[in-house]
Design a protein around this ligand. Structure first.
Ligand code: 7RM
Length: 632
């Protein structure tokens, strides 16, 4: 178990130590894990190259740190409590011992299919325990998992499989989400038509629907698992070997394959989980994210299981069958720590207090949020109605690339303040820089959020494209890791995250690149050009607003074209990327070099007319047209 901070002075002490001697600080934490061979050097780094390595030459397997390390004490303790979409269906509990055996069985299945250390295995699965089993089985044999969120389209799935060159895909016959059945196998089949690399598809039966079957390629999970041995020796890995790839949106159209390595990610997720949530042995912890995103990777699976926790995994949505589903689950299992997104909180707030007020939830001790800035109204509602005024809220700021939580209160230890992520965790050194890269010290400053020193959980590269890694994170401000977020440090030294300052928008806590959505819109034969920006949305945080240049003669067919564009985006990316608003325009504001001046578009959709300097525009007259047509 990692060391746990328990007082404010303890936090200050650990923080100072982590800055004065980072290698000593993280070594001390890493020593609590099980290594086959200790590391010979704790850290090697250069943010200019860029290159970061932690626990060099250390040898381990992350699944031994989940299972072998805990089994003698926790064999019979639930590791995963799985709650189905439909509350009338039975739930499932997997103890550490049971999960261990399932993981080993599937590890043997993967081996029998020829999967070797370093190979990539893709997953397109709903929120079912098999997803955790395949992740850990992949890690057990030293292969690299690449999980694709089950809401993505066939095209998005194919793009990710091809980029990672995954030979095996694990999917399900379908998935349940509220009243919907998601046809995952059908989408996977469509994707596989353009992924020549995929040799085998393993299919978990979840919904029992009829599906197409390819005898040469498709295999049933239950057939393969039937005779598999529940013992599989763990592959001994290097600390810097890859653990997984997770694709995320950036400011260009192509998704980025963020790569995390084993040793640093293990130490970082376990440490941050224990300390931020102040998890106590025997507690029941519930993170309502999807494992298809980083929050699920780090704080449903790795962090909690590395710390021997009981982690609740929920298949469904917060409003099905009724908007009290989360509170029901919290009471059913006696949840102590609960972690969700501001969007989920806002959507439940909008349903009325009566849904939450009838639940006492006496076991709740800590509440967490992640993914987007939380507005004060949502913060207070969460605090008063869910936490009954007695649970601290940890507003956790971090990213796919950071691997784990970076800036956040430690529950009950660091005094909270609505909408503030508060202070950096030990080992995290944020700096605020202005647009010229000058560091802004002291209180009451605002600017670009960078990190000036490596931490173990940070991404090491983008899969197959180290140059893009450098470009995306280390070139805006040389020598610093640039997060893409704006931030303010207030008079208490507390950090408030202001949101993305690049061409990434955050819709319901989902990170989307505006360029990706534009590319999808531009595929339509009637679209000449488009520009997408985020606008303030009461529930989703940001909504998607698309300015679309389409021919004049379409007047009258606007609604039809709008619908077809929205469908097109759902098909090419995902339903979560569908524009909320589409405005047809005759042109976009452009500079002489042909660049769209997005700043103006952002202002328009905020209802502002303060456009700043527009003298470099070739077509300033277009602004009036855009304002006239702007849809509130
Ligand atoms: C964990 C996750 C990362 C982006 C990040 C921010 C935004 C995340 C907060 C937040 C304000 C927070 N990874 N973000 N947490 N903004 N307060 N507590 O979400 O890669 O999908 O997104 O999300 O803009 O850069 S992510």
């Amino acid at each position: 178990m990692v060391p746990k901070i328990s007082t404010l002075s303890g936090y200050l002490y650990e923080y100072q130590k982590s800055v004065a001697n980072p290698a000593g600080f993280w070594s001390h934490i890493a020593e609590t894990f099980y290594w086959h061979k200790p590391w010979t050097k704790t850290l090697e780094w250069d943010f200019h190259k860029p290159e970061v390595k932690w626990f060099l030459n250390g040898q381990l397997n992350i699944t031994e740190n989940i299972f072998e390390r805990h089994l003698f004490l926790r064999a019979k303790q639930p590791a995963i409590i799985w709650e189905p979409n439909d509350p009338s269906e039975p739930h499932r509990v997997l103890t550490y011992e049971e999960l261990y055996e399932e993981v080993n069985r599937f590890a043997n299945v993967l081996k029998s299919l020829g999967v070797k250390k370093g190979d990539r295995v893709a997953m397109y699965l709903p929120m079912i325990p098999e997803l955790v089993i395949v992740m850990l089985a992949t890690a057990r044999i030293g292969a690299i998992h690449s999980i694709v969120f089950a809401g993505f389209s066939a095209k998005a799935l194919a793009e990710r499989i091809n980029d990672a060159q995954a030979k095996i895909l694990i999917t399900a016959d379908g998935g349940f989400r509220g009243t919907k059945v998601i046809p995952l196998k059908q989408t996977a089949d469509e994707a596989i038509r353009s992924t020549p690399i995929v040799e085998k598809t393993i299919v978990v039966r979840r919904v029992g629907q009829n599906i197409q079957w390819n005898d040469n390629r498709d295999l049933w999970w239950h057939d393969l698992m039937k005779d598999a041995s529940p013992r599989c020796e763990a592959e001994i890995m290097d600390a810097e070997d890859p653990l997984f790839i997770l694709y995320t949106s950036g400011s260009t159209g192509k998704p980025k394959g963020v790569l995390h390595t084993i040793g640093g990610y293990m130490v970082y997720t376990a440490y941050t989980f224990r300390n931020v949530f102040q998890y106590r042995d025997g507690d029941v912890y519930f993170c309502a994210a999807d494992i298809g995103w980083i929050t699920g990777h780090s704080y449903i699976v790795y962090g909690p299981l590395l710390e021997g926790a009981t982690s609740v995994m929920f298949e469904g949505i917060p409003t099905y069958p009724k908007p009290d589903r989360y509170w029901q689950i919290i009471e059913k299992y006696g949840v102590n720590e609960f972690y969700t997104s501001p969007t989920a909180i806002r959507s439940l707030l909008a349903k009325g207090e009566e849904w939450v007020d009838k639940y006492e939830m006496p076991t709740l001790r800590v509440l967490g949020t992640v993914g987007e800035p939380i507005n004060e109204e949502a913060w207070h509602w969460y605090h008063d109605h869910v936490g009954k005024g007695r649970c601290p809220i940890v507003d956790t700021w971090w990213q796919t690339e950071t691997g784990g939580i970076m800036i956040s209160p430690l529950a009950g230890i660091i005094p909270t303040k609505p909408a503030y992520a508060t202070l950096p965790l030990p080992g995290v050194r944020p700096v605020i820089v202005d647009n010229e890269g000058k560091k802004l010290y002291g209180k009451n400053v605002e600017g670009n959020l960078c990190i000036e020193f490596p931490w173990p959980g940070m991404a090491r590269t983008l899969w197959g494209d180290h140059e893009r890694y450098k470009q995306a994170y280390f070139s805006a401000f040389p020598g610093l890791y640039f997060t893409g977020d704006g931030v303010k440090r207030d008079e208490d030294g507390y950090y408030r995250i202001l949101g993305r300052i690049d061409d990434v928008i955050n819709v319901s806590g989902h990170r989307l690149g505006t360029a990706e959505i534009e590319n999808a819109l531009n595929e339509h034969p009637l679209v000449a050009e488009s520009a997408v920006v985020g606008y303030p949305h009461p529930i989703k945080g940001q909504g998607i607003y698309a300015f679309v240049v389409a021919p004049e003669k379409l007047k009258g067919l606007d609604d039809e074209l709008r619908e077809s564009l929205r469908k097109g985006v759902a098909k090419l990316i995902s339903p979560i990327a569908k524009p909320d608003k589409i405005q047809f325009v005759s042109g976009l504001p452009k500079t002489r070099s042909g660049k769209i001046m997005r700043r103006i578009l952002r202002k328009i959709v905020q209802g502002s007319t303060d456009f700043g300097d527009t003298s470099t525009l070739t077509n300033p007259e277009i602004i009036e047209e855009l304002i006239q047509g702007y849809q509130k």
